[in-house]
Design a protein around this ligand. Structure first.
Ligand code: ADP
Ligand code: RBF
Ligand code: MG
Length: 159
């Protein structure tokens, strides 16, 4: 995928409200404007990378892009689970993400337990891959050094 690493930034909007309640895995959703800006070669599926809320700490993340076949969504979504325990929700704040690598395509499952187990597997893979020197260095790169604008719907894409 020649577009990786891919950097983007946008406000956290409300999704289907399923992530934390049903799965125990909250996902911060981007608005359609960010989803529509994805380069054509960034296919749907599960990715890993780095993420930050406003100007906070940089955390490891996993992201799902697509229609969630298990739920048969009609709207394409781009949802990020940050591998960190937050004390509070951060709706409306600016999420910056660096998508670093691809894990697998999205798929359907026979039960919620299987979907949850697959996501936990993705989290373990992300943790391991992001410790590689070539991936750690993206955390220190320019993207996360630039300050976050107060315009909440700003979309940025660049190195
Ligand atoms: P929604 O359907 O509205 O996206 P979720 O159940 O997926 O609802 O919860 C997502 C929200 O949970 C995020 O928008 C964010 O405010 C909050 N949140 C708390 N911890 C995390 C985390 N570790 N990763 C992502 N979002 C988190
Ligand atoms: N949904 C699916 O239908 N199929 C998947 O394979 C799938 N994989 C996911 C992997 C990760 C790392 C994350 C964070 C989410 C994934 N989801 C998948 C999306 C999940 O169904 C969604 O986050 C919840 O429905 C909450 O919106
Ligand atoms: Mg969500």
């Amino acid at each position: 995928m020649k577009s990786l690493p891919y950097f983007c930034r946008g406000p956290v909007v409300r999704g289907f409200g399923r992530g934390s309640k049903e799965l125990g895995i909250p996902t911060a959703n981007f608005p359609m404007s960010v989803v529509d800006n994805l380069p054509a070669d960034v296919s749907t599926g599960i990715y890993y990378g780095w993420a930050r809320v406003d100007s906070g700490e940089i955390h490891k993340m996993v992201m799902s892009i697509g229609w969630n076949p298990y739920y048969k969504n009609t709207k394409k979504s781009m949802e990020t689970h940050l591998i960190h325990k937050f004390e509070e929700d951060f709706y409306g704040q600016t999420l910056s993400v660096a998508m670093v690598g691809y894990i697998r395509p999205e798929r359907g499952f026979n039960s919620l337990e299987e979907l949850i187990a697959a996501i936990h597997g993705d989290i373990e893979e992300a943790k391991k891959k992001l410790d590689l020197p070539e991936h750690l260095k993206l955390k220190e790169g320019n993207f996360f050094r630039t300050s976050v604008s107060t315009t909440s719907d700003q979309i940025m894409n660049g190195h």
